[in-house]
Design a protein around this ligand. Structure first.
Ligand SMILES: Nc1ncnc2c1ncn2[C@@H]1O[C@H](COP(=O)(O)OP(=O)(O)OP(=O)(O)O)[C@@H](O)[C@H]1O
Length: 650
């Protein structure tokens, strides 16, 4: 076991503190940087994606939906025209009864079609929603799964977008529906205007002139609505955050103990009030604008009606003309309003769809070559060579020129105070981030050149913040290697090694027991109380079992694997780790006693390797490790001799 680089003196590190590594001035770091988020795609691309998603996901249903919706645009005019013919037939001199009855039959048929169209359209839309919703979710989470590292997940802008994108599974259909609504209204307007032109060109112009301001104000309002929606998004997410806090079991203990429920509720309601206030101001503005537009439209319609009745009294218009005239004026006005509202909907949906596309179109967060280098079976060791790292240009350096080697087959202990950079080093070993400078080498191969998935198949890890899956015990272990999910002997072997087998076997459904009180598994239906929440230490053992179950793990990383374990369990786990079949282990622990049998111990301080050696040499060196060890050991010494119990006392 060797480590290198501890000779980097504080002098060198001190000189570089401010400037960073040599040659790094002005270098951008990938971690958490916004480079992963591309500029939002243009409206045309968003519209194309919306149409393509629906057309590709359910082509026939999409075609039927479009046809039925556009048909609905022509129906009001057809109905009005037939009504005019029937009325003229009844009041005019030269139309036969048979012809009038036939026209009435046509009118009735148009009525049936008009009644059926919304039903069919609604059904098709609902089915399209389901299918497109599924496709959109899949598309989004395939993109999320493609993210190689952790940077985007620690970037608030990315998280904001991800949340918005998740809420918008129906957005392509909303955009499509809005677009079709605009087309449908366009068809209605064009055909009514044609009809109106025949009756009165002057009225046609007037109706249109009165409708256009309505359209324009509605569009302006739509844009404003979309802007307000975006502005209040963060406030609404804060409200959701507080609402979630108030309802989760994890937070329930502290909220009750600290009596902060009312405080959090006030914060939640304050966010709600802020969002409501913005909406109220928007509603007021909309109401005022819409009232003005409605008054203008009513005035035009009223004037038109007066003119039409006068013209009919003079014999220039028939009763049928008046009926179609009235239908056309109100129809055009209604269609213009609908057009404005549908444009607003489309605009809003396309805007929100931009968040989805920003994620699905994003460049890789970490570069992965098209032809990755093969990852050889580990023969010599893993080396960090002059590794410098910071999470972004705005953050301080976390690792400052770390050189260390983890030889194959050795157990390397890593020690350091809080914030020394130990977990960050682990993230680099798993390639969740790339070093800002320097490299991580696997038998001399830079891990940036290999397939990250292959690297991660070879690395087992229990992180400080390991996961507790609300799944069965078997799933909690089997997720460590999907090939083990159905392999009970492997799962049990891993559980035994982590010292959790007896606990799991004694559970109501053994390994099938659901480790959650969040929902019921199939086997829990008969006894809804059988879901078993585990203790902290038991969860930690399960996490260890999950790391142990992988078959091809060549490097095992354990970041504080015994923090929640009792003393006996800790002893047992460490013995198990130290006999890890020919594997290579990086063991991080604040309990220095746990590391005394490691082949070597590296002390990290301020992002630098400041000491290395085995337990005995480090102790005799009397440096930082020795001071830490003695500080811990003194905690176990009695402060003063324990007095002998007095005899003869009751
Ligand atoms: N995602 C992040 N973005 C920015 N800074 C981070 C991030 N994660 C960690 N840090 C910072 O990096 C430094 C090192 O953190 P790290 O978790 O590596 O320390 P550690 O040695 O594992 O500490 P501990 O013993 O408390 O677990 C800390 O100052 C921390 O604030």
């Amino acid at each position: 076991m060797t480590t290198t680089g501890a000779a980097d003196g504080p002098g060198r590190g001190g000189r570089l503190d401010a400037a960073g590594p040599p040659g790094s001035a002005g270098r951008a770091t990938p971690a958490g940087a916004d480079t992963h988020l591309p500029p939002e795609p243009g409206a045309a691309r968003r519209a194309r994606v919306a149409v393509a998603l629906a057309a590709r996901t359910a082509p026939w249903r999409f075609a039927l939906y479009v046809t039925v919706t556009l048909l609905a645009g022509g129906l009001p005019v057809l109905t009005a025209w037939l009504t005019k013919l029937v009325l003229n037939g009844l009041t005019g001199p030269s139309v036969s009864t048979g012809a009038v009855v036939a026209l009435a039959g046509g009118l009735a048929a148009a009525g049936v079609v008009a009644a059926m169209v919304p039903v069919v359209a609604r059904y098709q839309r609902a089915e399209l929603d389901r299918r497109v919703g599924l496709a959109v979710r899949e598309r989004l989470f395939v993109a999320v799964d493609r993210i190689v590292g952790l940077g985007p997940f620690e970037n608030p802008r990315f998280l904001d977008r991800l949340r918005l994108a998740q809420q918008g599974a129906m957005l392509p259909n909303e955009a499509l529906d809005g677009g079709l609504g605009v087309l449908r209204a366009g068809i209605t307007i064009a055909s009514f205007l044609g009809v109106l032109w025949v009756v009165s060109p002057a009225m046609t112009v007037l109706t249109l002139a009165a409708g256009v301001p309505t359209l324009l104000t509605q569009l302006a309002l739509a844009r404003r609505r979309a802007r307000v929606f975006l502005e209040i998004g963060p406030v609404e997410r804060q409200e959701m955050f507080h609402a979630d806090l108030l309802g989760t079991v994890a937070a329930a203990k502290e909220i009750r103990l600290l009596a902060i429920g009312a405080h959090l509720r006030d914060r939640m309601l304050a966010s709600r009030r802020t969002a409501d206030g913005a909406r109220r101001r928007l509603d007021r503005r909309e109401a005022a604008t819409q009232a003005g537009a409605a008054l203008l439209a009513a005035a035009v319609a009223g004037a038109g009606l007066v003119w039409a009745v006068g013209a009919a009294a003079q014999g220039r218009l028939t009763i049928g003309d008046i009926s179609i005239f009235v239908a056309a004026v109100t129809g055009v006005q209604a269609a213009l309003t609908a057009m404005a509202q549908e444009s607003a909907r489309t605009h809003h949906a396309l805007l929100m769809l931009g968040h989805h596309l920003a994620i699905t179109d994003a460049d890789p967060d970490l570069p992965v070559g098209a032809a990755p280098a093969p990852l050889p079976a580990l023969r010599h060791g893993i080396e960090l060579r002059d590794v410098w790292f910071r999470y972004s240009d705005a953050h301080p350096w976390v690792l400052r020129g770390v050189d260390l080697v983890i030889p194959r087959g050795a157990v390397l202990g890593l020690v350091g105070l809080n914030g020394a950079g130990k977990s960050t080093l682990v993230k680099l070993l798993c390639r969740f981030y790339d070093p800002t400078r320097g490299s991580v080498l696997w038998d001399g191969v830079d891990i940036r050149e290999v397939d990250p998935a292959e690297l991660r198949r070879r690395v087992g890890a229990v992180f400080q913040d390991y996961m507790c899956y609300d799944m069965s015990a078997a799933d909690n272990i089997g997720l460590g290697d999907l090939t083990a999910l159905a392999d009970q002997p492997r799962i049990e072997a891993a559980a035994r090694r982590a010292g959790i087998h007896d606990t799991v076997a004694a559970m109501p459904h053994g390994y099938r027991t659901l480790l959650s009180r969040m929902f019921l598994s199939e086997s829990d239906r008969a006894g809804p109380d059988s879901g078993v929440p585990l203790s902290g230490g038991q969860w930690q053992r399960l996490a260890l079992a999950r790391a142990f179950v992988g078959q091809r793990r060549e490097l095992m990383i354990l970041d504080e694997p015994s923090a929640a374990l009792d003393a006996a369990a800790e002893e047992e786990i460490h013995r198990s780790l130290l006999t890890f079949r020919g594997g290579t282990t990086l063991l991080i622990s604040h309990r220095l006693n746990a590391l005394r049998d490691a082949d070597a111990i590296v002390v990290l301080d301020g992002g630098r390797v400041v000491e290395q050696g085995n337990h005995a040499t480090l102790l005799s060196a009397g440096g930082r490790y020795a001071r830490l060890f003695h500080a811990q050991a003194s905690g176990y010494q009695p402060a003063s001799p324990v007095p002998e119990p007095a005899t003869g006392r009751r």
